[in-house]
Ligand binder design. Structure first.
Ligand SMILES: Cc1cc2nc3c(=O)[nH]c(=O)nc-3n(C[C@H](O)[C@H](O)[C@H](O)COP(=O)(O)OP(=O)(O)OC[C@H]3O[C@@H](n4cnc5c(N)ncnc54)[C@H](O)[C@@H]3O)c2cc1C
Length: 427
C-alpha cells in the first residue's frame, strides 16, 4: 500500500519506519526545514541544541528500544539530576523523602502528608479510577489544604492552568512518574539531533521518501496538496496518517462538520521558551520550579546539570519557559521584551547574571490540555485518514516515548486492518 504521512516529528517518523518494515511505500511531508517537530534542534556555533528542554526517563522503554535499534545506546548518559522548588529565593531539593522532611516552607504535618503521597504514587500504577475526579478536590482530600494551596496549585498554574480543571487521573500519572523516576534522567551524548537524524536516515534507507519544507495545505480523501518550492503539488496515496495537532488538521482537511468539531475540541497550551548560554551558575539543579516569588518563567531547566558537555564552549545552558494561552499578550511580545522580562526575574535570584547568547522559541501547539473527561481521538478518522500523536495517548505524559508509542500503535492498527503481522525482529 502507499502511505502519506503528514509531519516528520517522532510519531510520524516511527509510524513510517514501521510501515516500511512491512514493505509498504511511504512519503513524509514536513513543513519545517528540519525533522523532529517538538523535539527538533537548532544549530549554534556548529552545535545542535534542542529548541526546548528534553530528557529521557528510565521507564521510557519504547524510546530506549528505538535508541538501541539505531545503535545509539552507548550514547545514553544517565545523570543524578534533581528537582528543586524555589521558595523565597532559596532552592529546596525535593527528590527523596529526606529532602521533603527538610522542606521548611511547609509544616511538619504537611511534609509527612507529602511523603505519604509519594509512597502511594510509587505503588499506584493505574489511576483511571480517578478520571472523573478533579485534581484539586482529590489533592485537598489526600494531602490537605497546605500542600494543595502552597505547592500543587502554583505548580499546576506553571504548566497547565487551574488544578481544578484537570483530572486527578492525569495528575496522579504525573506523580507516579515522578516517584518512580526520582533522579534517573538521561540525555544523549552528542545531542538529541543525532537520534532524529538517524531515524530519518533509517526511513530513507528502507525506501521512504522525506520531503522537508513541504507544508501540506489541504487534504481531500486520499489526496493531499503540498507547497514545494513555492508551487502547489498534489499527491495521492491509499492511506494518509496525520501527526498534526488536531485543530491544525481540522483547518486543512475536507471533513464532515462533526469530525472537524471533534478535532477542534482538543485545546493546547502555547509556550515561550528561551535558551540561554552563560558562564553564570544560577542553580546546580536540573529541574527548577519557582513558587515564590512568582517569576514570569515558571520553570528553568539547567541542561548542563544533566549533560555537562551540552553547552557552547564549556558554558552553562539554561531553558526558561512560560506556558500560556496563545491569546496571552506575552506570547506576542518581541524577543527583546521577553529577554528583558526574563532577565529581570533571573536577577532576583542571581543579581550578577550575564549571558553570551540567547534564542527564543514560541510554540503555539506545545501541549494538549487534558481537561476533565478528556477523550482520546480514534486512530481511524475516515476510511483513508488516520491519526497519530501524543494527544491520542491521554493520560500518558507528553514525551518522545509517548509519541513513539503512538506512531507504532497507528501503524500496527493499519497493518492489523490489512491482516498483516509486523516483523518484530526486523531491525
Ligand atoms: C517544552 C517541551 C519540553 C519537552 N520535554 C520533553 C522531555 O524532556 N522528554 C521527552 O521525552 N519529551 C519532551 N517533550 C515532548 C516531545 O518533544 C513530544 O512529545 C514529541 O516530540 C511529539 O512528537 P509528535 O510527532 O507527536 O508531534 P510533533 O513533534 O508536533 O510533530 C508534528 C510535525 O508536523 C509538522 N507539521 C505541522 N504542520 C504541518 C503541515 N501543514 N504539513 C506538514 N507538516 C506539518 C511539524 O513541523 C512537526 O514536525 C517536550 C515538548 C515540549 C514542547
Amino acid at each position: 500500500m502507499e502511505f502519506i504521512i503528514i509531519g516528520g516529528g517522532i510519531s510520524g517518523l516511527v509510524a513510517a519506519r514501521e510501515l516500511l518494515k512491512n514493505r509498504h511505500s511511504v512519503k513524509i511531508f514536513e513543513s519545517s526545514t528540519v525533522l523532529g517537530g517538538l523535539a527538533s534542534s537548532f544549530k549554534i556555533k556548529n552545535k545542535f541544541i534542542p529548541k526546548t528542554y528534553h530528557h529521557l526517563l528510565y521507564n521510557e522503554f519504547v524510546m530506549l528500544d528505538l535508541i538501541s535499534e539505531l545503535n545509539l545506546q552507548k550514547n545514553i548518559v544517565w545523570n543524578d539530576s534533581h528537582l528543586c522548588f524555589w521558595y523565597d529565593n532559596k532552592a529546596y531539593k525535593l527528590t527523596k523523602p529526606q529532602d521533603i522532611l527538610k522542606f521548611k516552607p511547609l509544616s511538619i504535618i504537611a511534609r509527612l502528608k507529602m511523603i505519604r503521597l509519594g509512597a502511594i504514587s510509587l505503588f499506584k500504577k493505574d489511576w483511571s479510577d480517578l478520571k472523573t475526579t478533579d485534581a484539586y478536590s482529590w489533592a485537598r482530600k489526600v494531602v490537605g489544604k497546605e500542600v494543595t494551596e502552597n505547592l500543587f496549585k502554583p505548580l499546576a498554574k506553571i504548566k497547565f492552568g487551574e488544578l481544578s480543571s484537570v483530572s486527578a487521573a492525569w495528575f496522579g500519572e504525573r506523580l507516579h512518574e515522578a516517584a518512580i523516576n526520582r533522579e534517573k534522567y538521561a540525555y544523549l551524548k552528542g545531542g538529541l539531533q543525532q537520534f532524529i537524524d538517524l531515524i530519518g536516515e533509517d526511513v530513507k534507507l528502507r525506501g521512504g521518501e522525506i520531503y522537508l519544507n513541504s507544508p501540506v495545505t489541504s487534504i481531500k480523501q486520499s489526496e493531499v496538496e503540498v507547497v514545494m518550492n513555492g508551487r502547489k503539488k498534489s499527491f495521492k496515496a491509499d492511506k494518509i496518517i496525520s501527526s498534526l495537532p488536531p485543530p491544525v488538521l481540522a483547518d486543512i482537511a475536507s471533513l464532515p462538520k462533526e469530525k472537524k468539531q471533534i478535532l477542534k475540541q482538543i485545546k493546547y497550551k502555547s509556550l515561550v521558551c528561551m535558551v540561554i548560554g552563560s558562564k553564570s551558575v544560577i542553580t546546580p539543579y536540573y529541574w527548577n520550579v519557582f513558587i515564590k516569588p512568582k517569576m514570569k518563567f515558571g520553570g528553568l531547566f539547567h541542561h548542563t546539570a544533566l549533560y555537562p558537555q551540552g553547552g557552547i564552549n564549556g558554558e552553562k545552558l539554561y531553558y526558561l519557559f512560560t506556558y500560556l494561552d496563545n491569546t496571552d499578550l506575552f506570547f506576542k511580545e518581541s524577543d527583546s521584551k521577553i529577554l528583558e522580562v526574563y532577565l529581570k526575574d533571573i536577577k532576583k535570584i542571581y543579581p550578577n547574571f550575564e549571558f553570551s547568547w540567547m534564542k527564543i522559541f514560541k510554540i503555539k501547539y506545545s501541549s494538549p490540555i487534558y481537561t476533565m473527561n478528556y477523550e482520546n481521538l480514534p486512530i481511524k478518522l475516515t476510511d483513508s485518514l488516520y491519526l497519530t500523536g501524543i494527544y491520542r495517548k491521554y493520560p500518558s505524559t507528553r514525551t518522545m516515548n509517548t509519541a513513539a508509542k503512538s506512531g507504532l500503535e497507528t501503524a500496527n492498527y493499519i497493518l492489523r486492518e490489512n491482516n498483516q503481522e509486523t516483523f518484530i525482529n526486523d531491525k
